[in-house]
Design a protein around this ligand. Structure first.
Ligand code: BGC
Length: 569
C-alpha cells in the first residue's frame, strides 16, 4: 500500500470530524493541512516559540500533539483495513436472531444471519430509510401480542363475541387422536386454488395410507355461484370414488373447509365470510355441509356420511397430535394464516355443549381478522393499505394480509414501485410486469432470500421472470433488503400470535403443529419464529415447532376416525 492511500484516509477522517479537508489535499494553502498530509503532528514546530512562558499551556499542547500523532496512526490503520476489505465480497455478516433449536432430547444454537453491504451509499441509505416503516421492534411485538390476547378473550366471551375481530369459534372437536384409530375414510380439502379428494386407511403400527387427487378450482368457480362450486366438488368426488371402485360404499367423510365458519356441531358450519380471493355467491351465512350434501344427493350416484367439517388448522393440529401428545396448537402460514388451540371448556364463554370429559375443545381463532378493528393501525403502512384496497375484501383480514403468502409478494411489489418512482432502483429496466398488481409472486421472496450472501443467482432468475436482465448487484441487494423487511415482519407477527396463545394456555411444554407454503418454503421463517418466540416466552416455557404433513387430508380423516372410537387392536 503506497503513501497516497494513507494520506487520503487521514484526510477523509479529519474531514468528517472537522470539515476542513477539501481541496487542501492538493492546494496546500494551509500549513496545518500541509502538516497533516506529511504525517506530522500538528503544532510541532510553531508551538515551540512560546510554550516556555506558560507550562500549563505547554503541557496541553504536548497532549494535543500526542493525540494528533495517535490519530494519524489510527487513520493509517483504518486505510489499511479499508484496502483489505475492498478485496473481499462487499458484505458484512451482522449478528441476527439467535435461535435455540430445541428438540426433545437436545438443543443447539442457530444463528439467523442478516447481511448488509459494507459500502452504504446514499441511495442505499435512502432505500433503508424508506423501508423503516416495515421494521417492527420488540415494543411493537409485545403490544401486538397483548392486543391479540385481549381480542381472543373478547371473541370467546358470549357478551363481547359480536364486537370481536378474532372470533374464536369452538370447533366441537374435543378428543385428540390416541394413535389407536383405524378404518377407511374420505377427506375433502378446499381452501385455496386447488381442491383435493383423499382416501385414507388408518391401521395398526402407525399405518396411514393415502391416495389422493388434486383438482383445479378456476377463477370462475372461485368467484361464481355457490351452486357451481359445490356441484364441481361433488362431481370430483364422484369421479374419484368411481375410479377407485368405492362408489357403492358409504364411507365416513371429513370436510376440510378452510374459511371462517361458525360451527353449531361437528358437522354443521355456517360460512361467515369468504377469504383468500373466494367470493362465491349464496354461500355466506349458509351451512356448507348442507350445500355439499345437497350437491351430492342431486347426483344420486355416490353416498357419503359427512361426519365432520373442520378448518385446516384443526386438521394440522390433529395430524401432529396423532404422533405427539403435547401438540396443542395448529398453525397455518400459507395462502392465508390462522391458528387453533386447545382451550379449557370453562374459558370458552361461547360453549353451549355438554361439560363432560374431556373438558376442553379446539378453538379456531380465525386470527387472520385481527386488526380489522384498528388494532394494528400502529404498524400498518401505506403499502399495506394499498394491498388491502386492491383486494377482494377490503378492510378485512388485516393480520392475514400482512403475513400470508397470498399477499406477501404484493406488499414487496408495492414498496418496489415506490422505490422506482423515487429513482432509487431498477433504472432503465422494463417495468411493465413490476407495475402489474399481483405479478411479484410470494415465491420470489423465498427464492431471493435463499441465495447465499453476495450471490444473486435466484434473485436474477426472479427478475428475469419479471422481464429484467443485467440488473446491478446494488439493485439485487436492495431488492433482497425489501424482501427481508417484509418477511421478517411477517415472522415477528406470527411469533407474537403464537406467544399470545402460549401465554393464554399457560402450559409449560407445548408443541405447535405448523403447515403452509410460507413456513415450508421461506428459508428463514422457522428460525425467525423460534428465536422470537423464545425471546418473548423466556426460558421457563418449553415449546417446539413441528411440521405437519398434510394436515388437511390426514387431519380430516383423524377427526372422522376419532368419532368412530378406537379400534380393538
Ligand atoms: C381462513 C382460515 C384458514 C386460513 C389458512 C384464512 O383465510 O379464514 O379459516 O384457516 O386462511 O388457510
Amino acid at each position: 500500500m503506497g503513501q497516497t492511500a494513507s494520506t487520503t484516509a487521514v484526510c477523509s477522517r479529519i474531514q468528517s470530524s472537522a470539515g476542513a479537508c477539501g481541496d487542501n489535499n492538493h492546494g496546500n494553502n494551509s500549513p496545518v493541512a500541509a502538516n497533516r498530509m506529511q504525517g506530522y503532528p500538528l503544532f510541532k514546530s510553531n508551538t515551540s516559540n512560546n510554550n516556555n512562558s506558560n507550562p500549563h499551556k505547554m503541557s496541553l499542547e504536548l497532549k494535543i500533539a500526542s493525540l494528533e500523532e495517535e490519530l494519524i496512526s489510527k487513520n493509517r490503520e483504518l486505510a489499511a483495513l479499508r484496502e483489505s476489505i475492498s478485496q473481499k465480497p462487499g458484505f458484512a455478516k451482522l449478528e441476527g436472531d439467535v435461535c435455540i433449536r430445541s428438540t426433545r432430547k437436545q438443543s443447539a444454537a442457530v444463528l439467523v444471519q442478516s447481511y448488509e453491504p459494507l459500502t452504504v451509499n446514499s441511495r442505499r441509505r435512502k432505500i433503508e430509510d424508506y423501508c423503516r416503516d416495515l421494521v417492527i421492534n420488540n415494543d411493537h411485538i409485545s403490544r401486538m401480542e397483548q392486543r391479540l390476547r385481549e381480542s381472543i378473550e373478547k371473541g370467546l366471551d358470549k357478551k363481547t363475541h359480536d364486537m370481536a375481530s378474532v372470533k374464536c369459534f369452538p370447533t366441537y372437536v374435543r378428543e385428540l387422536p390416541s394413535g389407536h384409530e383405524c378404518g377407511k375414510f374420505l377427506a375433502l380439502d378446499l381452501g385455496g386454488t386447488n381442491f383435493r379428494v383423499v382416501l385414507i386407511e388408518i391401521g395398526e403400527n402407525e399405518k396411514f395410507e393415502m391416495d389422493n387427487e388434486v383438482y383445479a378450482i378456476s377463477q370462475d368457480l372461485m368467484n361464481g355461484s355457490g351452486d357451481d362450486l359445490f356441484d364441481h366438488i361433488a362431481s370430483c368426488l364422484a369421479n374419484f370414488a368411481k375410479a377407485r371402485k368405492i362408489d357403492k360404499e358409504v364411507l365416513p367423510l371429513g370436510f376440510t373447509f378452510s374459511f371462517p365458519c361458525k360451527q353449531k356441531g361437528l358437522a354443521v358450519g355456517e360460512l361467515i365470510s369468504w377469504t383468500k380471493g373466494f367470493s362465491c355467491k349464496g354461500v355466506e351465512g349458509e351451512d356448507v355441509v348442507t350445500l355439499l350434501k345437497n350437491a351430492i344427493n342431486k347426483r344420486g350416484d355416490i353416498h357419503v356420511d359427512v361426519a365432520a367439517i373442520l378448518n385446516d388448522t384443526t386438521g394440522c393440529l390433529m395430524s401432529c397430535a396423532w404422533k405427539n401428545h403435547n401438540c396443542r396448537i395448529g398453525l397455518i402460514i400459507g395462502t392465508g394464516t390462522n391458528a387453533c388451540y386447545l382451550e379449557d371448556l370453562e374459558k370458552v364463554g361461547l360453549w353451549d355443549g355438554d361439560i363432560n370429559n374431556p373438558k376442553h375443545v379446539i378453538v379456531n381463532t380465525e386470527w387472520g381478522a385481527f386488526g380489522d378493528h384498528g388494532e394494528l393501525d400502529f404498524i400498518v403502512t401505506k403499502w399495506d393499505h394499498r394491498v388491502d384496497e386492491g383486494s377482494i375484501n377490503p378492510g378485512k383480514q388485516i393480520f392475514e394480509k400482512m403475513i400470508s403468502g397470498m399477499y406477501m409478494g404484493e406488499v414487496v411489489r408495492q414498496v418496489l414501485v415506490d422505490l422506482v418512482d423515487e429513482d432509487l432502483i431498477f433504472a432503465k429496466q422494463p417495468l411493465e410486469n413490476l407495475r402489474t398488481r399481483g405479478r411479484f409472486y410470494t415465491k420470489y421472496v423465498s427464492e431471493i432470500e435463499s441465495d447465499q450472501v453476495g450471490d444473486y443467482t435466484q434473485c436474477r432468475e426472479a427478475l428475469k421472470d419479471l422481464g429484467m436482465t443485467n440488473v446491478t448487484d446494488e439493485d439485487c441487494s436492495a431488492l433482497r433488503h425489501v424482501c427481508e423487511c417484509v418477511s421478517r415482519r411477517a415472522g415477528f407477527m406470527v411469533s407474537a400470535g403464537i406467544t399470545a396463545l402460549l401465554k393464554k394456555m399457560d402450559y409449560k411444554d407445548v408443541v405447535v403443529a405448523i403447515d403452509g407454503s410460507v413456513f415450508r418454503f421461506h428459508p428463514h421463517f422457522e428460525n425467525i419464529m423460534r428465536s422470537r418466540i423464545r425471546q418473548l416466552m423466556g426460558t421457563e416455557y418449553k415449546f417446539d415447532l413441528m411440521l405437519s404433513t398434510d394436515g388437511s387430508g390426514r387431519g380430516a380423516a383423524l377427526v372422522a376416525a376419532v368419532l368412530m372410537g378406537e379400534c380393538a387392536i
